[in-house]
Structure formats: structure tokens, C-alpha cells
Design a protein around this ligand. Structure first.
Ligand code: DON
Length: 560
């Protein structure tokens, strides 16, 4: 009975896919090159760069700048992110262009004199803003991997900002929400209008000028000169901490990606200061100890086991993960197979472990509502997986006066007080405490998979803490449940992060009332949500590329 329900459910998912606006994605199975991003105009910019002979790195830079214009809730030049890159000869690298705490940051900067957290200070104030990393990151990517001239990669974003672009329905709704709550700040930036409708054009002259400076002066167009002066003025007039010295000293860093294996697939993902790669490795390695395929997709046993695994991993995240330049993250121990076997041995198939009975593993520490993701594969076989964010939707909501770009509120990703939850409900302690120049811990998980030494899949998603579990489940959907990439990204998802002690489930899963009552009988607390994540992915089968653009947004595949 349950199996019949599941078959009908998968059928409904596929029909839902074929009636969505991204209907064209399945047809593009013989593409040579592909861009999957959260916005049609950004995907188009990327594919045009590839058609001109640019490679995946060139398209990455152009898409990042285009998103900063057409997708202001998350696309950015005032935020940061992570790139995982694989060249066609199999060399993998990853770039950390995460924001940093300003030099004068202090551990208790979000507490009042009685040591209580001051509400919203780490989210919606000038103190919420980390030193942006995006522009330095793009310059670094260009220097290492770029092929086309830098100017040609920034120009499409300038054109969009100068000549205007039309809003999609979802973008018009988001801007209306933003303008109602935070848009009173810097109204002359071009982002403000009483009420936007689908199809309205939007022009961003200030942002266009800033992008021209970046086009003409690269790093110096942002971290010094006019843009830097405007940013620092914005800070000093409003109690922010970022100085010219902070901007000048910001540098993105190439780091070794986290490499692990799952059922013969090589997983290449992001290292700390993102928790993504390590947690994904933990989850997949623990999952290998259970017959998920036999359990079946969204069966009671598979949801139970996967959420227990997620819980155990997030307990380790809270204690052991932070910026590796400041904290000795026990990477190898956290990913050690016998440690993870012991962790997964704790899982009881008949009832759930209470979060209060789960602790992070103990080691002898001797070992030395917005983000966006896009996946690109070029016709030469290079692959790029990039996730970028302002943290909350439209970040801090603060737009640099005169320079027209939104600033992040990434400081909230620090553990601002031990045990105090951030905006995604994540808790932490010493490893992720605020320190000057430190990078705040992230969950962003841009990932690339190889099979038999060849590129197999490129994927990532926004969603705060739910990023890691969405990537975990999408990989399981493909490898264990034999789903095609569209089914894999569009299937409903569930999520557990240790605290709060509840499973978040997308509402579609609630339709299986039998499953829900059985989960409750096992003592799982359930919290139904409308929608989680937008996974954007590319799969390579032989010489064919197949795109998966999440039905939950405007996400779209462009290819040729
Ligand atoms: O780095 C992180 O983990 C968060 N700042 C990401 C925020 C995010 O994904 C928001 N998306 N909906």
C-alpha cells in the first residue's frame, strides 16, 4: 500500500516537473555546455559567455555579477561565497571568498551590559556586516582559470543595471516584501518603488557605476578608491566597523577541497570555514551503513535513519567547526570511518534519539531566505559549482549610499553567544566565536561528483542549515534511488539539525498520513514547511549534459 502510494507520488512529482515553467530542461539532453542558475537572465549571460568561447570560470564570473543585478536578494558584490572547480583534466580546487569579521570586532559585540543578546544587532544593523569577499573572489578566479578578458565578463551586468531588466513575478514579490520592511534605507539606489508588478523594469544607475569601477580597476574598483570610500562612510555614519584597512586586507583563499567517496563516487566539496564538505562526508559515510535502497525512497526507515544521521552530524558541527585559520578543526577525525561507524551505531531503528541525549564526539584534538547557487559545465569539460550569499534575504537590507549595492548580514553566522541560535536556528560555541578577521562558519556546500575519474554531477543550493541535508538527499536520490536529475532536485525534502529537535518536512510529504503517524509514533517531532532549498544541478551522462533546475523558484537551465 505504502509502495503504491510512493509510486503515485513519484509520478505526481514528475508531472509537476513537466508542468512547471522549467519544462524545457528535459529536452536539453544533448547539450555541450550548460548553466543552471536561479534567474533566467543570469543563466543567459552565462551561456552567452560560453558561446563566445569562454570557459566555466569566465561564465562563473559573469553569472555572479549578473546575479548581483537581477537577483538582489542573494546575488551580490557585498557578500561572499565558495567555489568548487574541476578542470577537464580532473584537477580540483576550491576558493573561499567568505566574508570576514572587521578588525575591531569583539567576542561580545552583540551583547548588552547584562550579557544578553541585543535583538537584531547581528542581523539588521551596520554591525551585522562582514567584510565582503565577492569581488576579490571573482578576480582570483579570473587570474587562476579565466580565458576571456575580465572586462567582457563584467560588462553584461553593467548592461543589465544600466539598461534595466524586467522583474519576474517571484522577484517582484520579493522586492515588495523587502521594500515594505527595510527599503526605507537609501531609497535613491533604484531598488525602491511603492509596489512592483511582474514585468516592471528596474534600473540601477548607482550599481552600474560601481560595476564600471570594478570592470576598469578590478579589485581596486571595490576595495579602494571611490567605492571603498562610500562603503566606509556608510559604516562610520551608522556605527559600523568596516574600515579602509579592513577592505585593503581582505583576501580570498584557495583551499584544498574536502574529498570523500560514496559507493564508488568521488565527492568534492567545500572545506572549512564551510561546514558543508565535512558534514556531507559524515552523512554519506554514515548512510553507507544502512540499506537505504532497500528501505525505499521516503519510507519510514529511510527518513528515520537519514534524520538521525543529520542530527548526529549537526551536533559535531556545533562543537568542532569554525574558521580553520583560527580554530584547530579536527577534519580527519570528524571524517574517520571508524568514528562514523561508532556514531551511526547509536541509531536505534525503533525510536528516535532525543537531541538532548546526543553530544558531539569527543576527540583528543592533536590533529594539526537567501543564498544562491549555480552550476556550470563548459564544452571543454570544466565544471564550476558556486554558492554565494548575503545571508538573509537582501542581507542586512543596507545599501551603500551612492554605490547602490546591498551589504550582507553574515556576522549572524558566528556563534554570537555560546548556545544562542543564529537566524537558521544553528548553535555553536568557541570554534565559531567572533574574533577580528575571522570567517564565520557556513553551511554552503557547492559540490562536484566524479564517477570512474570522469565528471558526473555538479550541484548546490541555498537554504542556510538545510543546504547540507538537501545536498545529502539529492545525492542519495540519484545514487540510491536511481532518480533522474529533475526528479532528484524536485523531490520533497526533510531536514534535521540536532537543535531544534524536530524534523522539518516539506508539506508534500505530509500527504502520506500513514508515514506521518508512524514517524510520530517513533517520537519524532514534525514541523511542516512550504518549501526548502532550490537545488541547481548538472549531470553528465556520456557526452550529454542534463540540467536540473529546482521547481521551487525561477531557476532555469540554459544550454547549447
Ligand atoms: O553561510 C551560510 O551558511 C548562510 N549564510 C547561508 C544563508 C542561506 O543559505 C540563505 N538562503 N536561503
Amino acid at each position: 500500500m505504502i509502495n503504491i502510494f510512493r509510486i503515485i507520488f513519484l509520478f505526481l512529482i514528475s508531472s509537476c516537473i513537466s508542468c512547471s515553467q522549467n519544462i524545457n530542461t528535459t529536452k536539453k539532453v544533448d547539450s555541450k555546455a550548460m548553466v543552471v542558475s536561479a534567474h533566467p537572465l543570469a543563466s543567459e549571460v552565462g551561456i552567452n559567455i560560453l558561446k563566445k568561447g569562454g570557459n566555466a570560470a569566465d561564465a562563473t564570473i559573469a553569472v555572479q555579477f549578473a546575479l548581483a543585478v537581477v537577483y538582489p536578494s542573494a546575488g551580490n558584490i557585498g557578500g561572499g561565497g565558495f567555489l568548487v572547480y574541476r578542470t577537464n583534466d580532473g584537477v580540483c580546487s576550491s576558493l573561499d571568498f567568505r566574508e570576514k569579521a572587521p578588525l575591531t570586532s569583539t567576542r561580545n559585540m552583540y551583547l548588552d551590559s547584562t550579557n544578553k543578546v541585543v535583538k537584531d544587532l547581528s542581523l539588521y544593523s551596520h554591525l551585522a556586516i562582514g567584510v565582503p569577499g565577492t569581488v576579490d573572489g571573482m578576480v582570483n578566479i579570473h587570474e587562476k582559470h579565466g580565458k576571456l578578458p575580465w572586462e567582457e565578463l563584467v560588462q553584461p551586468a553593467i548592461d543589465l543595471a544600466t539598461n534595466g531588466f524586467e522583474l519576474t513575478r517571484l522577484e517582484a514579490d520579493k522586492l515588495n516584501r523587502f521594500n515594505k520592511t527595510k527599503g526605507s534605507i537609501n531609497k535613491n539606489s533604484g531598488y525602491y518603488k511603492e509596489n512592483y508588478s511582474e514585468g516592471d523594469s528596474i534600473f540601477l544607475p548607482q550599481l552600474s557605476k560601481t560595476l564600471i569601477l570594478i570592470r576598469d580597476h578590478k579589485r581596486a574598483g571595490f576595495y579602494s578608491g571611490e567605492t571603498a570610500k562610500m562603503l566606509v562612510k556608510e559604516m562610520s555614519l551608522n556605527g559600523g566597523k568596516i574600515t579602509l584597512q579592513d577592505l585593503d586586507s581582505y583576501h580570498s583563499i584557495w583551499r584544498d577541497p574536502i574529498i570523500s567517496f560514496y559507493k564508488g563516487y568521488k565527492i568534492i566539496s567545500m572545506s572549512p570555514p564551510s561546514s558543508g564538505g565535512i558534514l556531507l562526508t559524515q552523512m554519506l559515510k554514515m548512510a553507507e551503513n544502512f540499506p537505504l535502497r532497500d528501505f525505499g525512497f521516503h519510507s519510514l526507515k529511510s527518513i528515520h535513519v537519514m534524520t538521525e544521521i543529520e542530527k548526529l552530524s549537526f551536533a559535531d558541527r556545533a562543537k568542532h567547526l569554525g574558521d580553520p585559520d583560527f580554530y584547530n578543526v579536527p577534519e580527519k577525525l570528524l571524517m574517520n570511518s571508524s568514528y562514523l561507524q561508532k556514531r551511526s551505531d547509536k541509531i536505534n531503528m525503533d525510536s528516535t534519539l532525543l537531541s538532548s541525549d546526543i553530544y558531539a564526539g569527543e576527540f583528543n584534538l592533536k590533529e594539526s531566505e537567501e543564498t544562491t547557487h549555480f552550476s556550470i559545465v563548459d564544452e571543454y569539460g570544466n565544471a564550476s559549482s558556486l554558492t554565494t550569499t548575503l545571508n538573509g534575504s537582501f542581507g542586512s537590507g543596507i545599501i551603500v549610499d551612492g554605490a547602490g549595492f546591498l551589504l550582507n548580514n553574515e556576522m549572524d553566522d558566528f556563534s554570537i553567544q555560546p548556545g544562542y541560535p543564529n537566524m537558521y536556528g544553528l548553535i555553536g560555541g568557541e570554534a565559531n566565536a567572533v574574533e577580528p578577521s575571522k570567517r564565520m562558519l557556513s553551511s554552503m556546500t557547492p559540490t562536484i561528483l566524479e564517477k570512474d575519474g570522469n565528471l558526473f554531477m555538479v550541484l548546490g543550493t541555498p537554504g542556510g542549515s538545510t543546504i547540507i541535508t538537501a545536498i545529502f538527499q539529492t545525492i542519495i536520490n540519484v545514487i540510491d534511488y536511481d532518480m533522474n536529475i529533475e526528479q532528484a532536485v524536485n523531490s520533497p525534502r526533510f531536514h534535521h539539525q540536532w537543535y531544534p529537535d524536530e524534523i522539518k518536512l516539506e508539506k508534500e510529504i505530509a500527504k502520506d498520513s500513514n508515514l506521518i503517524s508512524q514517524l510520530k509514533a517513533m517520537n519524532h517531532q514534525l514541523n511542516f514547511v512550504n518549501s526548502m532549498n532550490r537545488v541547481d544541478a548538472v549531470i553528465r551522462k556520456g557526452n550529454k549534459l542534463i540540467g536540473g533546475a529546482d521547481r521551487r523558484g525561477d531557476d532555469i537551465v540554459s544550454s547549447y
